[in-house]
Design a protein around this ligand. Structure first.
Ligand code: ZN
Ligand code: ZN
Length: 213
């Protein structure tokens, strides 16, 4: 499906074997080859980063080398964890230079901490995208809180990811963000080759974003 609002030929969230839990055959070259075979046009590599990560320069080099020989549009990026205070677990020299998805990977167990953290992450100029956004299992946002997040996303020009691995955000959040003209894109969150560009599990979210209502 192609739409002014969403392009299913683009996958903005792909991991590589630079982390310790992806399939061993998932690397930059194999991901690009697979993406070309299935007709994707854009691929963003967004490996899990930490401030102490030591593999970053080789990862960036690997993407640059493959990019020189590929017809795909490749984006070099990172998925950075949103920390308790809303800062991100990525050194500024990388977050300033590359594409950054900020995601919650820790349950903080407290809505006040969560709200403060997400608001800080949205206001961080180095953050491009909020990944797999959803409430924690123990709380939900009321309408006023959801509007507050929607306005902040819009004001700071942040993209909300439709995440195929976790089916997020929830439908009512997607509807609210759409109402506030927040931008969306697609992320498979692939940790293996066959997951790249596969958005079938979130077809309902794609339809909601692309519908005219
Ligand atoms: Zn994640
Ligand atoms: Zn991820």
């Amino acid at each position: 499906m192609l739409s002014r609002l969403l392009n299913t030929k683009e996958d903005f969230h792909v991991h590589t074997s630079h982390n310790d839990h992806s399939a061993p055959d998932l690397n930059v070259a194999s991901a690009v080859k697979y993406a070309e075979e299935i007709g994707l046009r854009t691929l963003a590599f967004t490996e899990h980063v930490r401030r102490e990560s030591t593999w970053i320069d080789s990862y960036v080099d690997e993407i640059e080398k493959v990019d020189a020989k590929s017809n795909l549009k490749l984006i070099t990026g990172f998925e950075a964890k949103i920390l308790r205070d809303g800062s991100i677990d990525c050194l500024p020299r990388y977050s300033e230079a590359y594409f950054v998805i900020a995601s919650f990977h820790t349950i903080y167990g407290n809505k006040e901490i969560w709200m403060n953290a997400i608001k800080n992450a949205i206001q961080n100029p180095d953050v491009n995208v909020i990944g797999h956004l959803a409430p924690e299992p123990t709380f939900y946002l009321d309408n006023k809180e959801l509007i507050e997040i929607s306005e902040l996303l819009k004001d700071h020009d942040k993209i909300v990811e439709l995440n195929a691995k976790y089916h997020r955000p929830p439908v009512d959040w997607v509807l609210k963000f759409k109402e506030y003209n927040v931008k969306f894109h697609l992320g498979s969150d692939a940790h293996s080759l066959k997951e790249i560009g596969d958005f079938r599990r979130i077809h309902r979210l794609v339809e909601i974003v692309c519908s005219n209502s």
